[in-house]
Design a protein around this ligand. Sequence first.
Ligand code: 13P
Length: 255
Amino acid sequence: MIRKKVIAGNWKMNKTATDGVTLAKDIAAEIGRETGVDVVLCPPFTALASVAHALEGQSIKLGAQNMHPEKNGAFTGEVSAEMLRTLYVTHVILGHSERRTYFAETDAFINKKVLSALANQLKPILCVGETLAEREAGATLAVVQRHVEGGLAGVTKEQITTVIIAYEPVWAIGTGKVATTEQAQEVHAYIRDLLTKLYGAALAQKVRILYGGSMKPANAPELLAQKDIDGGLIGGASLEARSFIELVKAADAAK
Ligand code: 13P
């Protein structure tokens, strides 16, 4: 089963609209016609419109970093799926560990967002992963199971292949401590087993599972060569054109 690799850049709370356009154009100049890899840029909300404009006619896709599950209403500071759709957004990161930690997002709330994204033709990038304390307590797989099953509750067989899952061990995010290929592959294989139990083997084989956490051009080839690692969700290394382009090229070479 050949799954098309995905390289997604999570810019987090970085880049003004102007700086985002510069970065998106620098990336598009080199890989804007890339078709062997699904490339997704996820700027902050304030840069989505201008980055969408800068990416017109390119194969690079646009993602948001969060959204609210409701269609509209009194939710000060929030943004709906429909609002994102009008900006040509196709993907949305949901359940990132920074949202779980700093904004107290629960699996139940994240699940509502996943269902709302799917109902509005947005592809969720559902983030799952354990903290260092959870890993040291031997709870990694239990935590990942809770995040996967909780996040995907009610997602149908028809919808599951449009969901992308990102395994991001919290202790590897922004720390320079990348998971070993064995640690990452073990959890990715476990996630695929969970998907097999929930949706059957044929569909589980089609779901892309990304690794995230200090992924860089130097460590990417080995990670991307693993059987169940289908790409990367990139933080720090997505903020600079050169390193992001090299990651896309590494994914293309790993196909
Ligand atoms: P870093 O690549 O900076 O470790 O961040 C990973 C991440 O959180 C992507 O969502």
